[in-house]
Design a binder for this molecule. Sequence first.
Ligand code: ACO
Length: 375
Amino acid sequence: MAMPNASVLFTPLISNKFICYSSLQSSNHHSSPMPRFVSNGCKLVGCGSAVPKLQISNDDLAKIVDTNDEWISSRTGIRNRRVLSGNENLTTLAVEAARKALEMAKVDPDDIDLILMCTSTPDDLFGNGPKIQKELGINKSVLAYDITAACSGFILGLISAASHIRGSGFRNVLVIGADAISRFVDWTDRGSCILFGDGAGAVLVQACNPEEDGLFSFDLHSDGDGIRHLNATLKESEAGNAFDPNGSLLDFPPRRSAYSCIQMNGKEVFRFAIRKVPQSIESALSKAGLSVSSIDWLLLHQANERIIDGVANRLEVASEKVIKNLENYGNTSAASIPMALDEGVRSGKIKKGQTIASAGFGAGLTWGSAIFRWS
Ligand code: ACO
């Protein structure tokens, strides 16, 4: 097979680094490794975000649980959060964020061929992605589905988008991170209700020439044992014996299921994040052949300011390079990374061509990093 002159080729999914075989020429291709697959590159070309109208301050929370602004802001860095109210729902937020991302990317909704809706709190248990496809007015046949991985959802969505583009020929993939965690917060638990807010962020990931590829590497993990530290599981069945003394079936039809509120061991989640996130970012950087000093921005899931600062310190990233916006929004789960990215881009802080090290972490437990270039 004749190789194009001076091209840059990528093999997707051979490992979690997108391997680049550069400058293969027809005259020397016998001595070069043969890529298994010749694919597109991908790049992030638009972003957008949306939040509910209702703002809840720390003082507002102090009216419903025994807490105060000083405790919350010094332990978490959070002062306000937004919460869905009235006619708002997750779909309306996600669609608003998506429209802004499409506008920035100058891509028509009908040119999207895949929507990845990263959420753990969908409006419909069967999936929110197709509803977003409808609300965006996309009439042609596209694929839309949900990815459930709590606060790691957006990073998983981004990597999935890249894999679809590199491996399956998709051209325009809309990755939405959106969560309405307020629906599952126990508003009587001061240890957790202070942390969360609702929101949506979106990114348009587009196929490009391999030379322009903007997603350099990733590193993803999960640990099901850690589910005991952070979960919102199905409520345990209150059913007793399945049969009455006469042998008749008692438990049919089954009762309607319901989910419990978020159960969290804050200290364990804190320790997990501080330990695993720096390792994951270092691993992704090493796969990309980059060092910490070569990144322009550290963009972490906005869970707690002390976690963000702790990870930055361990990686020795200067505070000027750390993106934070949790003061105004709290922990918005899958939405937090694209929301903070959008704010950074629209404020002019994050510039075209800059390299971002990003990491998500949370329930599952799941965690992971991606190293990418903006636009
Ligand atoms: N206001 C006032 N006092 C409080 C509050 C509050 N809101 N919450 C707890 N306290 C009290 C406790 O009762 C305790 O009092 P005591 O010493 O008399 O027993 C004291 O403050 C210390 O409580 P801790 O729980 O030890 O506080 P800590 O410093 O660990 O902070 C926090 C708690 C903020 C939750 C922290 O552990 C944290 O941020 N952990 C990470 C959580 C996280 O990021 N979760 C989301 C993951 S993402 C996802 O997937 C959904």
